[in-house]
Design a protein around this ligand. Structure first.
Ligand code: ATP
Ligand code: MG
Length: 230
């Protein structure tokens, strides 16, 4: 269970990105964050991913403050995949995948390489192993980035606009694929895509100017958003 209490983040230029956000996200459930552009969605993920330090409020995972976790434990708790996937362009997908576990978790290289292969196989993309990021499609890169993130076995994975570069069919395939993975990882996905949100999740929140404007059942949030002319 991830608990967020009164999270407040103000950028150095004075823009308030998040204004006292509170929520609880149960484990083993995909959760979506909706809201119009500039409402604070990426700011929220960046705070959860420890890229930004909130001025006040708290984020805890099973009552442990995520800010106080050491790097290794944190990386095994929360993974983040940005909209620009940040796959290393000069390394094959396989190497992209085993770098984190070897460097950060100090795992054995051979063993990790084997696990990376198995992970790609399990995720249905074994043929990507020896490709470089520039040699694969947007949808494949999205999967490869998630495969790499999963190599750290995080309890929670944050996804920022995972379908923005994908066409409708790839988005639908991706939604199916994500649902199969949710048994082991809690996904928190920021998205503009309401049909995708409805396919992958039952619950979520909508942000508006850094505050939660609605929360709970995704259908309810979506109907509220359409009446608010989102
Ligand atoms: N580095 C920054 N410095 C100052 N203000 C920023 C910075 N990054 C974002 N903001 C502002 O903070 C607010 C929230 O931005 P954020 O990027 O979280 O929005 P978002 O909901 O992710 O939008 P989008 O859907 O367009 O990605 C906006 O008003 C934005 O202009
Ligand atoms: Mg954003």
């Amino acid at each position: 269970m991830l608990k967020i209490k009164n999270l407040f983040y103000k950028y150095p230029d004075g823009t308030v990105g998040l204004n006292k956000v509170c929520m609880e996200i149960p484990s083993e459930r995909t959760f979506v964050i909706l809201g119009e552009s500039g409402s604070g969605k990426t700011t929220f993920l960046r705070c959860l991913g420890r890229f930004l330090v909130p001025q006040s409020g708290s984020i805890s995972y099973y009552d442990e403050d995520i800010r106080k976790m050491d790097n290794k434990k944190f990386r095994q708790t929360i993974g983040i995949i940005f909209q620009r996937l940040h796959l290393f362009p000069h390394m094959t997908i396989l190497k992209n995948m085993f770098l984190g576990p070897v460097k950060i978790l100090k795992r054995d290289r051979k063993e990790t390489e084997k696990e990376a292969y198995e992970m790609l196989e399990r995720l249905g993309i074994p043929d990507l192993a020896d490709n470089y990021p520039s040699q694969i499609s947007g949808g494949q890169a999205q999967r490869a980035a998630i495969a790499r993130g999963l190599m750290m076995h995080p309890k929670i994975m944050l996804l920022d606009e995972p379908t923005s570069a994908l066409d409708l069919k790839t988005t639908n395939d991706f939604a199916t694929w994500l649902k199969e993975l949710k048994e082991e990882t809690t996904f928190i996905a920021v998205t503009h895509d309401i049909p995708f949100a409805k396919r992958v999740a039952q619950h979520g929140i909508c942000l508006d100017k850094g505050k939660i404007s609605s929360s709970g059942d995704i259908n309810k949030i979506a109907s509220y958003m359409s009446t608010a002319d989102y």
